[in-house]
Design a protein around this ligand. Structure first.
Ligand SMILES: [Fe+2]
Ligand SMILES: [Fe+2]
Length: 155
């Protein structure tokens, strides 16, 4: 089975978001744990694991389509110096992934690769939830103030 080159390119592009996210959230989780923000560390570990699962499914799809697994690297991981900056940088990454997914889903549709479209639509649902969570945390930080917000991340 041979996939359309446009679909394969879109899958590889999304894969690079997944791998960047996986590593970025892993680093953020460890930094949060180091600072004593255990609640946030656990959540970031969860997102890191989610991106690993996403990546594994994308890789399997690329291979099924007879493609080469060739994600583009995004350069350095955007490790934030504090929690607020981590949330900002994660938000920027997930927002970019969501924008890519929306156009990639259109590409799959045009190429009549409906299974890839459905796979990416499932990922989009997860990433929209991820983005919503980041929006909520950023709003809480704003409303509660840094001191109260950080206090709530200890447990
Ligand atoms: Fe993902
Ligand atoms: Fe995500």
């Amino acid at each position: 089975m041979q996939g359309d080159p446009r679909v394969l390119a879109a899958l590889n592009e999304y894969l690079s978001y997944e791998l960047t996210g996986h590593r970025q959230y892993l680093v953020h989780a460890a930094m949060c744990r180091h600072w004593g923000f255990e609640r946030m560390a656990r959540i970031q570990d969860g997102y890191s694991a989610e991106e690993t699962q996403h990546a594994a499914r994308i890789i399997a799809r690329i291979l099924l389509l007879g493609g080469a697994v060739a994600p583009r690297e995004f350069g350095p991981i955007a490790g934030g110096e504090d929690l607020a900056q981590q949330l900002e940088r994660d938000h920027a990454l997930v927002a970019a992934a969501v924008a890519h997914l929306r156009s990639a889903i259109g590409d799959c549709e045009q190429c009549r690769d409906f299974a890839s479209r459905d796979l990416l639509a499932e990922m989009l649902d997860d990433e929209e939830r991820h983005l919503h969570w980041l929006d909520t945390e950023r709003a809480l930080l704003d409303k509660l103030g840094a001191e109260n917000y950080l206090q709530s991340q200890l447990g």
